[in-house]
Design a protein around this ligand. Structure first.
Ligand SMILES: [Mg+2]
Length: 121
């Protein structure tokens, strides 16, 4: 079973994402900001991370840079989740090491297609 960490400061978005991702037999964990996500990764590195951009304490970009700087056996697949008007953020995130991105609001079909694309399901 692949493990998935949902990182978003919105409890509603985490709940929606969790409900969808659980359908794909993924083991789900959640974090409300980048720092919390780093702590989670330190305990147990997930296989895939759904990452929000704007979050308090530590945003998605800072988290991504921290994560990619870590010397770990296997880096997780990072799917950056953003709103449509964030094209510059998308470019920045991909350059910082995100593997893929999805637009918010996402639905089951979009998530399924993306998980297929990155080879998680
Ligand atoms: Mg946010």
């Amino acid at each position: 079973m692949s493990s998935c960490l949902i990182v978003d400061d919105s409890k509603v978005i985490r709940k929606v994402a969790r409900r969808i991702l659980e359908d794909f037999q993924l083991d789900i964990d959640e974090a409300g900001d980048g720092q919390e996500a780093l702590d989670r990764c330190g305990t147990s590195m997930p296989d895939v991370i759904f990452l929000d951009w704007n979050m308090p304490v530590m945003g998605g970009m800072q988290f991504l840079k921290n994560l990619r700087a870590q010397d770990v056996e296997k880096q997780p697949t990072v799917i950056f989740c953003t709103t449509e008007n964030d094209m510059s953020h998308i470019r920045e995130a991909m350059e910082a090491g995100a593997d893929e991105y999805i637009m918010k609001p996402f639905d089951r079909d979009i998530i399924e297609a993306k998980l297929n694309q990155v080879g998680v399901i």
